[in-house]
Design a protein around this ligand. Sequence first.
Ligand code: FES
Ligand code: FE2
Length: 453
Amino acid sequence: MLSQQENDHITRIGPGTAAGKLMRQYWQPVALTVELGGSRPVKAVRLLGQNFVVFRDAQGRYGMLDRDCPHRGADLAFGRLENGGLRCAFHGWLFDVDGKCLETPAEPPTSRICQGIRQGAYPIREKNGILFAYLGKDSPPAFPELDCFVAPDAYTFAFKGLMECNWLQALEVGIDPAHASFLHRFFEDEDTATAYGKQFRGASADSDLPMTKILREYEQPIINVERTEFGLRLIALREIDAERTHVRVTNQVFPHAFVIPMSADMTITQWHVPVDDTNCYWYAIFTSYSTPVDKDKMRAQRLELYELPDYRSRKNKSNDYGFDAHEQQTQTYTGMGADINVHDQWAVESMGAIQDRTREHLGQSDRAIILYRRLLREQIAKAAAGEPAMMVLDDRTARMVQGPATMDGIGPTRGWETYWMEVDVKRRRRAPWAAPVPADIAERAPHLVSAAE
Ligand code: FES
Ligand SMILES: [Fe+2]
């Protein structure tokens, strides 16, 4: 249980807040690249409680500006893309991607007002389908060498979805290995061969046991959590019998991402990006270690649920997330259909706009959440002291953050400690792109690395 003040301290991210100061040390996903496609690549966005406009100029450069025009405050998101920048629709002032004022056409030719104007501008980088923005005052950090950034574009697929609640409760569902046995329980297993692109529907590595069966039948995982270079590693163990144990390795990547296995050859890297205190977007890059990703299929599957332009779920609070009492009795634990994104969305939105942590009671299955909050408080304090926080990387340290390893499989009850690393290293060695073996794995199990060479 937290006090109200402690809860505010770790959840609120607007300008001037302590957690907001921390979040402004990182690159933040701000749009999917496809959202800046089409004939008018201009998009209004909201990030960390501030309003911006993102655009792509005629030279193909991305820019992000404060959304209110510095002349008299009109909305630049309705501007005209022309003459090397974005032009305000009110009096035609023109700005380039760096926020430089290029023209003030209503002013007389002798006017020098333009030279003294600079619109707030923020750097943007494109990474495998996602545009990242940096709101900090210092120079931006380097990107870590996560698989989702290292993999060639063809082996990745990016998507997003809106959650109408605070970012922290949305993140916390991703570091809660126990919930999958309940929230995502299916009373019957699907044919695992039809599982492409769906989470928890495939078979675990080295077995033909469907994940749905394991999650359903073994509901008290042993949860190991350890601190790493990048955040936390979670290892959830479900002991099937004296010989076999289901092992699931997931990661929290600081500040607000997790990296989890989706199937034997795909991982999901997912960020929970605060739009403001009471809304967030999940942004995900799906990364394949085997074959190129079928992007059209992945996108079509997800557009069945998410509605453009806001990527809002069609099943949401206004229609009780599609709840069906009969289905809840006979097919699923929630009665909200087969898409696990809907289950997670109900869980986190039903807690309220910002979960009231003065009334919660954390149990042993919440270990990773407890550790994450400790980490978060430590890093908020660092940012407040003007020090670089965890994962604020430079070119040298960025190279040390690789992977991370994920895995979901049935391993030996004695020996699971190295088994999960073997599975991960093998997959990397077989990958058609240069998937690095993360340094901490190479260090802990040097025999795996040399054996594969
Ligand atoms: S308010 Fe934008 S040009 Fe006047
Ligand atoms: Fe979930």
